[in-house]
Design a protein around this ligand. Structure first.
Ligand code: ADP
Ligand code: MG
Ligand code: MG
Length: 210
C-alpha cells in the first residue's frame, strides 16, 4: 500500500467526518470538566479544512498537513486549536518533501506532532491532556514500524494505543488547561482532548488502510 498525498487527503477527510460524528460526545466530555465547546471547536475547524481541500489539491503529504495546520490554527480557537495546529505543522515539517509515507516516516511525523504539543502546552504524561493519548501512540507507532509495519499499520497501532491512553485519563487529576481549575473534581471524567486525539487517529488509520 502507498501513502501518498491523495491517501493523506482521504485520511484528513475521514478525521473531519469523525470530528463531526463525535461532536456531541466531545462537547459533553468538555462540559463535565471544561467549558463545553471542544466538539464544536474541532468540528468547526475540520469543516473549514474540508472546504479548503475541496478548493485545492496539495501535492505532497506535508502540504496536506500544512493546510490542515494553518486552517485549524485560524478556525478552532481555545486551547486545542493552537495545539492541534502545532501538531499538524510539526508533522508536516518533519516529513519534509517525501512524496509517499512509509511506516518510519509516519513515526517521524507523529513524534514531531507530540513533541510540538508538549513544547507548546508544557503538559507531561499524566497531566490529563491530549498528551496522554499522543505519547502512547508514538511509542506504539515506533514499535509497529520496527517490526516492519507500513504507514497504515503504524497509524493503526498508534490509534489503538491512543484509545487506551484516552481511557486511562479518567482517574487522573488535571494539571493543565481549563480542567485543572477543578482540582480534584476533574477526577472521574475522561479528558476531551485525549479522546479527540484518539478518534482522529483511528479515523486516519482506517482511511489509510483503504
Ligand atoms: P478550551 O479548554 O480552551 O475550551 P478545548 O475545549 O477545545 O479548549 O480543548 C480542551 C482540551 O485541550 C483538553 O481536554 C486537553 O486535552 C487539551 N489541553 C488543554 N491544555 C493543554 C495543554 N497545556 N497541553 C496539552 N493539551 C491541553
Ligand atoms: Mg473547551
Ligand atoms: Mg473554550
Amino acid at each position: 500500500m502507498t501513502c501518498d498525498a491523495g491517501t493523506v487527503v482521504a485520511a484528513v477527510r475521514a478525521a473531519a467526518a469523525a470530528a463531526a460524528e463525535h461532536k456531541t460526545e466531545l462537547t459533553r466530555l468538555d462540559r463535565e470538566i471544561g467549558d463545553g465547546d471542544h466538539g464544536e471547536n474541532l468540528a468547526r475547524g475540520f469543516t473549514a479544512v474540508v472546504a479548503k481541500l475541496d478548493a485545492s489539491a496539495p501535492e505532497t503529504p506535508a502540504a496536506v498537513l500544512k493546510l490542515v495546520a494553518t486552517t485549524l490554527i485560524s478556525t478552532v480557537g481555545g486551547a486545542s486549536g493552537p495545539l492541534y495546529g502545532t501538531a499538524f505543522l510539526r508533522a508536516a515539517t518533519a516529513i519534509g518533501d517525501a512524496s509517499e509515507l512509509d511506516g518510519a516516516l509516519v513515526v517521524t511525523g507523529l513524534t514531531a506532532a507530540r513533541d510540538g504539543v508538549v513544547a507548546r502546552g508544557k503538559a507531561e504524561p499524566g497531566d490529563k491532556t491530549m498528551v496522554d493519548a499522543l505519547t502512547p501512540a508514538v511509542q506504539a507507532a515506533a514499535a509497529a514500524a520496527d517490526s516492519g509495519g507500513d504507514a497504515a499499520a503504524v497509524l493503526s497501532a498508534a490509534a489503538d494505543a491512543a484509545a487506551e491512553g484516552a481511557e486511562a485519563t479518567t482517574p487522573l487529576q488535571a494539571r493543565k488547561g481549563r480542567a485543572s481549575y477543578l482540582g480534584e473534581r476533574s477526577i472521574g471524567h475522561r479528558d476531551p482532548g485525549a479522546t479527540s486525539a484518539s478518534l482522529l487517529l483511528r479515523a486516519m488509520a482506517d482511511a489509510a488502510a483503504g
